[in-house]
Design a protein around this ligand. Structure first.
Ligand code: FES
Length: 366
């Protein structure tokens, strides 16, 4: 048995060959993590002493330079002997997740095949801005959706993109949904707003990744209306911009809030109330932020976009502890791809190590 000493944790933990993250979870340590499969970087830590066997990880999530510097992903490594490790993020006990009934109290159709649902849970639920919930309708598979509401809200708001053959998203688009029952399970996830930070906030939302960013931005502005925040709303085309009027109203209310739409595939400049850029969001980030050293960066959207943003942010001097990601896919192909990748990685991990139960990774639709 190897021993894992975690900085700021009172007792060493015993490891029987499983990943560092699995040891943390099995011992009830509130070590930050999200995907448990090497795709988000939430479990990044620093090895202070000892050696680990580390599986491969996307360069954008854990770069070669970071690895050489001692950074590891707790979900992708296992100790080779006794180790000492530090979490990059705070060890915070998150609000407890629970499963309960809820009812659809509002439904709106938006551009870009997006359905906005409000669900009132049977009991008020405590959550942090930017977390996600699993929703289950009828006998359909449960899916993870980030919440757009502010903590303390009675209703939970979700932005759901309707995808071809998507069972859950197709159900969310039904005409007779008001009053329907849904099972709500949560909150989950570590892509939440960090309150103990005074610097600027840079929020990057890809598609319906806007939902958790609205929650984070709203909570941050509620606490300090003068906070400097720049939201990049990344979409492919004009028709994907589904929340413009509300963002415009926020910008009017809070002069320190900037919102930029970065459209990667738009053919011709179009007019809109919010400023447009006709480029990838990574280019917008580079142009506006030569140095991200004082900032907190929150990113939610497709895994490839999250990875690309993470790589650029590193070039712009963002410290690893200041990057908070929520990668997900709302397309059938991506969801299946992500689920398959996660399953294969977990199967390989189980094959070599004793099993420890991990929660399901967050994919939005299949
Ligand atoms: Fe380890 Fe996501 S990379 S939890």
């Amino acid at each position: 048995m190897a021993k894992i000493e975690l900085q700021d944790w009172p007792a060493p933990l015993e490891n029987g060959g499983e990943t560092v993250l699995e040891t943390m979870i099995a011992n009830g340590v509130p070590f930050p993590y999200s995907c448990a499969s090497g795709d988000c970087g939430a479990c990044k830590g620093r090895l202070l002493c000892g050696e680990v066997a580390h599986d491969s990880a996307p360069e954008g999530i854990l770069s070669a330079a970071e690895r050489a510097d001692g950074y590891v992903l707790a979900c992708r490594c296992a100790p080779k002997g006794d180790i000492r490790i530090a979490a990059l993020d705070e060890l915070v006990a998150l609000p407890p997740a629970r499963r309960q009934r809820g009812w659809v109290v509002a439904q709106q159709r938006r551009r870009g095949d997006v359905i906005v649902l409000q669900i009132r849970p049977q009991q008020p639920v405590e959550f942090l801005a930017g977390q996600f919930f699993y929703l289950k309708f009828d006998n359909l598979p449960q899916r993870a959706y980030s919440v757009a509401s502010l903590p303390g809200s009675e209703e939970l708001e979700f932005h759901i993109r309707v995808v071809p053959d998507g069972k859950t998203s197709g159900y969310a688009a039904r005409d007779d949904l008001l009053g329907s029952e849904a099972m709500v399970d949560g909150p989950h996830g570590h892509g939440y707003w960090r309150q103990n930070h005074d610097g600027p906030i840079v929020a990057i939302a890809g598609g319906t990744g806007l939902a958790p960013m609205l929650s984070i931005i709203g909570a941050a502005l509620r606490e300090d209306a003068r906070r400097h925040i720049h939201l990049y709303y990344a979409a492919r085309e004009e028709a994907d911009v589904y929340w413009e009027a509300e963002l415009q109203a926020l910008v009017r209310q809070y002069p320190n809030l900037q919102v930029t739409c970065s459209l990667s595939r738009a053919q011709a400049p179009a007019q809109g109330p919010l400023p447009r850029r006709y480029e990838r969001v990574t280019e917008s980030l580079r142009q506006d932020w030569p140095d991200l050293a004082d900032a907190k960066l929150y990113v939610a959207g497709p895994p490839r976009m999250v990875e690309a943003v993470a790589a650029v942010a590193r070039e712009l001097s963002l410290a690893p502890r200041d990057l908070h990601t929520d990668p997900f896919s709302d397309s059938v192909d991506h969801a299946l791809d992500g689920a398959l990748r996660t399953w294969v990685r977990r199967w390989l991990a189980r094959w070599r190590r004793p099993p420890v139960a991990l929660p399901q990774a967050a994919t939005q639709e299949s």
